[in-house]
Structures are given as structure tokens and as C-alpha cells.
Design a protein around this ligand. Structure first.
Ligand SMILES: [Zn+2]
Length: 251
């Protein structure tokens, strides 16, 4: 159905194309993951300015023709996230988040939970939380680019994509007690009797996974390095087995 439509979108990747164009990988609110071309956007006086770069959140008008790529006909900035660009850890975390979106969400179907999650994470990394006090602000900037928040983002992204691990009872037998291991192939925590293809996790790791899933992204739980390593392995192996996706290391 050719025609134009408006949508908000986050630029996940921006690739130079031809003489003066860019090809964008976008995560849109209206259509999920799409590709688009911005013609002439690398010319010095392009009407798009510098806003077709990764991590920009934009209001777009897109034209769908017969090809695979939509054409960007208008772009206005919703959030440039300029603080994030000047911060090494924040930039790194944002790049990994966009990479995870590219790998995990490849369908042109709207997924508001995934779109809102990415927008929220970029806002946190930018340290521009509306209404936050100075103190909250400092804490958010400090913690947002850390591994705990990166893992909370991945866990929530897995949930939005339909691949959340089972965390409340054994993923093989349903037993609610003695959950001492995690199995990527079973897709969640497992009990001592079912742990044959899993790896041991500590109660603190299990608690971290539950709290990270249940808390707002801005209040990701704190955990030690060993717990965070186990949690990352749990998320990574679940996505490998169930989404056939291998994510880059979270930090
Ligand atoms: Zn079991």
C-alpha cells in the first residue's frame, strides 16, 4: 500500500549511501523495524541537518513506494540525546542497545513496549529525566550506563520480543522450590532435579533477574560482579536457544 505516513522513530544505524544519501535502520513506533533512504541528506545544506544519526529520536514522514526502503520526506527532532554523545560509557551502552534491537526485533510490526523501552533507556543514558531532582539526576547518569541497567534493558527487551525467561518456577517441571540453576534450552530457572543442561545460579542472581524484570528501568537493582555475569549468561543463553540470536556482550 504505497503512500505517506507519520511516525516517531529512533535511528538505530545510519549508513552512507551513494553520492549524497543515507540508508537508515529505524525502529519506528508505528511499524516496528524498517529501512529508509534519506536522499541528499549528506549535502551541505540538506534540510535534514545532522539529525539522521544513531540515537536520534525523530518525528518522521515516510513515503512507502514499491521498493524495500521507505523514503524519508521530513524529519524533526524529538530528542537529540546530545549529552549521551559526549559520554563514553553512555555512548557505548546506547550502541549496544541499538545493536540488540537490530538483532532481536526484525519484523515490521509495531511493538510499543519495545519502542518505549528503547526511548526510555536513551533518555536515561542522556541523563535528561523530566522532573528528576539534581540528586536523582546525578544517580541516574551514573547508574544508567552501567551493566546492571544494561541487563535490565535486555531482560525487558526479551520480554517485549516474546522471549522472557521463566523466573518464578522450574522451567522444566514447574516446581517452585529449590531453583538453583538456569537453563537456556529450558528457557528459565530450573530446580536441582532438572538442572542437567543448566548452570548454577546463586539466590542473589535469581533475585537480581526478578527485580530487574519487575522494577522500572531507572531503578535497576544493584548486584555484584559475579551475579551480573550469571544474569548476563542467563539472558544470552535464553535468546540463543529461543530467538536464535546472539547478542554482543552487554558492557
Ligand atoms: Zn524441575
Amino acid at each position: 500500500m504505497p503512500g505517506s505516513y507519520k511516525t516517531e522513530a529512533v535511528v538505530l544505524r545510519s549508513i552512507r549511501y551513494g553520492e549524497a544519501d543515507r540508508v537508515l535502520h529505524l525502529y519506528t513506533a508505528a511499524r516496528g523495524r524498517i529501512g529508509a533512504i534519506a536522499k541528499g541528506s549528506r549535502r551541505p545544506r540538506s534540510r535534514f541537518g545532522g539529525r539522521l544519526e544513531p540515537f536520534f529520536r525523530l518525528d518522521l514522514v515516510l513515503h512507502e513506494g514499491r521498493g524495500d526502503l521507505a523514503t524519508v520526506t521530513a524529519a524533526h527532532t524529538v530528542a537529540a540525546h546530545s549529552n549521551l554523545r559526549e559520554d563514553g560509557p553512555g555512548l557505548n551502552a546506547a550502541a549496544r542497545a541499538c545493536d540488540a534491537m537490530l538483532r532481536l526485533l526484525d519484523s515490521a510490526e509495531p511493538n510499543p513496549a519495545a519502542y518505549n523501552l528503547l526511548s526510555r533507556y536513551l533518555t536515561l543514558l542522556d541523563g535528561d529525566e523530566a522532573g528528576a531532582s539534581e540528586e536523582d539526576h546525578a544517580r541516574a547518569v551514573d547508574g544508567a550506563a552501567g551493566l546492571a541497567t544494561a541487563l535490565a534493558f535486555r531482560l525487558k527487551l526479551a520480554l517485549a520480543a516474546g522471549f522472557a525467561p521463566e523466573l518464578s518456577s522450574c522451567a522444566r517441571c514447574g516446581d517452585a522450590d529449590g531453583l538453583t540453576a538456569f537453563s537456556g534450552s529450558a528457557g528459565g530457572v530450573v530446580c536441582g532435579a532438572c538442572e542437567r543442561d543448566g548452570f548454577e545460579i546463586s539466590p542473589a542472581t535469581h533475585r537480581f533477574l526478578l527485580d530487574a524484570m519487575g522494577s522500572p528501568l531507572a531503578r535497576a537493582p544493584i548486584a555484584g560482579a559475579a551475579e551480573l555475569r550469571q544474569a548476563e549468561r542467563a539472558i544470552t543463553t535464553t535468546l540463543e536457544h529461543h530467538a536464535q540470536v546472539h547478542l554482543r556482550a552487554a558492557a
